[in-house]
Design a protein around this ligand. Structure first.
Ligand SMILES: [Zn+2]
Length: 292
């Protein structure tokens, strides 16, 4: 989105560097992300929106879609692969080929609404994956857990009338995108938290609010909108989580997945803009997923 923009290609390089330097990488299976099909995208997005994005690709330079979201000639391909990664991971996990998956993808997705790009997001990859699990694999109950510092307003908009999905989240409030506190939908478990909130409170939210609702719901698969911008070193948010908090949350979600979902988890990268903190937090998350 321009050399100044925090949602930059170096984010994925930082993740891979940390996976290598910590010795985690050799324990993982890597898969290239395919392009998402139009059919899978249309389960979460209006077909007119998908067409509009395709026709918005500039031949060079940038085309601005909102004040902090713009497309370059390669953005559409990247967004299609980000969503395609989550769909492919869902297929591999459902087929029993892999136990769980982390999708190291960008652009992120959880601000993308049915028919609107915003907040660095174009396609809501986790929403596309969750609908794929429901529609193509016949699941009846899927959970989406979002621990990004920003409220996943796009995911909420897509699923607030879909009782096959339970969404649990916490996010800094009041803060961008200034949503998440007005929903009356019973399947949305939103916990707004003030700036400065640290891991002790976040863990308590997980234990006392998320886990009882998740266990009551009994998801057959869990999707994670894994944003790491609630880290205390991340300047795009003002929360104060550390790597161990991401490991803790992931371990608790592993417990839920093993109790109800045969261990099935697909996690996808959302935010996380301090490159070192992003790399370290992702390693903590992936280590927990891989039980390393
Ligand atoms: Zn975020």
């Amino acid at each position: 989105m321009g050399s100044w923009h925090p949602e930059c290609p170096e984010r994925l390089a930082a993740i891979q560097d940390h996976l290598i330097s910590t010795g985690v990488a050799p324990h993982l299976a890597y898969y290239d992300a395919p392009l998402a099909s139009i059919e899978t995208l249309q389960r979460a997005h209006a077909s007119s929106y998908v067409e509009r994005l395709k026709s918005s690709v500039p031949s060079d330079g940038y085309r601005s879609l909102d004040p902090d979201t713009s497309m370059n000639p390669h953005t559409l391909q990247a967004a299609l692969r980000a969503a395609g990664a989550v769909v492919d991971a869902t297929d591999r996990v459902m087929g029993g080929e892999i136990a769980n998956a982390f999708c190291a993808v960008r652009p992120p997705g959880h601000h993308a609404c049915k028919a609107t790009a915003m907040g660095f997001c174009f396609f809501n990859s986790v929403a596309v994956g969750a609908r794929h699990a429901l529609e193509a694999h016949g699941l009846q109950r899927v959970a989406i857990v979002d621990f990004d510092v920003h409220h996943g307003n796009g995911t909420e908009e897509i699923f607030e009338d879909d009782d096959r999905v339970l969404m649990t989240s916490f996010f800094q409030h009041p803060f961008y995108p200034y949503s998440g506190t007005g929903s009356l939908a019973k399947n949305m478990v939103n916990v707004p938290l003030p700036a400065g909130t640290g891991g002790d409170v976040a863990r308590k939210v997980v234990d006392d609010v998320w886990l009882p609702r998740l266990n009551e719901f009994g998801p057959q698969m869990i999707f994670i909108s894994a944003g790491f911008d609630a880290h205390r070193e991340d300047d795009l948010g003002q929360m104060a989580l550390v790597e161990a908090d991401y490991a803790y949350m992931t371990e608790r979600l592993m417990d839920v997945a093993h109790q109800h979902a045969n261990g099935r988890i697909v996690s996808s990268l959302e935010g996380g803009y301090n490159l070192s903190a992003l790399g370290r937090s992702t390693v903590a998350h992936v280590r927990a997923l891989a039980r390393l």
